[in-house]
Design a protein around this ligand. Sequence first.
Ligand SMILES: Nc1nc2c(ncn2[C@@H]2O[C@H](COP(=O)(O)OP(=O)(O)OP(=O)(O)O)[C@@H](O)[C@H]2O)c(=O)[nH]1
Length: 158
Amino acid sequence: MDGREILFHIWDVPNSQEQAEEGSSEEKRIQWADSFVLVYSICDRASFNILPLKIQFIKAAKEGQSQEKVPIVIVGNKRDLHHQRVVSSEEGRLLALSLDCGFYEVSAAEAYHGALMVFHGLAERIPDTKLALKKGTGIRGIVKTMSAVFARKRTDSL
Ligand SMILES: Nc1nc2c(ncn2[C@@H]2O[C@H](COP(=O)(O)OP(=O)(O)OP(=O)(O)O)[C@@H](O)[C@H]2O)c(=O)[nH]1
């Protein structure tokens, strides 16, 4: 971005895990993260309706510590399933606007361009100073993070 390479460490939280875990684990994940991508399905109203509460929770946890605005992007996924759409683009955009978040609609099943836009938009919301100062977790951290994501995907596809 602007000639700079930006490395994201992504903690992909499965929905089922979230439901099974105690609130303190969710709090830990929130403290770990510098920014957030909240994904709902445009075909699933419940996944959309839960967002205000989640964002409120994140903001309370993060903005309590510092005065900085927490970078959050809301993503409406499964845009390819337009015949099954139950959440309109306007609703998504309005929610994002009212909560001061970024907003994108994508289809993870199609090209990766949408995901690229999401992370580009997220990076734009992270203050430059934070991007520059934040130290990586080192190679072990990266390997651990990637393994967690791919191990999950492998299990999913079995
Ligand atoms: N048509 C379509 N299907 C999708 C899209 N994104 C994900 N899926 C499908 O939706 C299902 C759930 O996808 P996951 O990636 O497991 O979703 P998740 O939100 O990580 O699910 P949890 O692990 O329960 O949190 C899979 O069958 C995917 O193939 C999309 O953009 N379009």
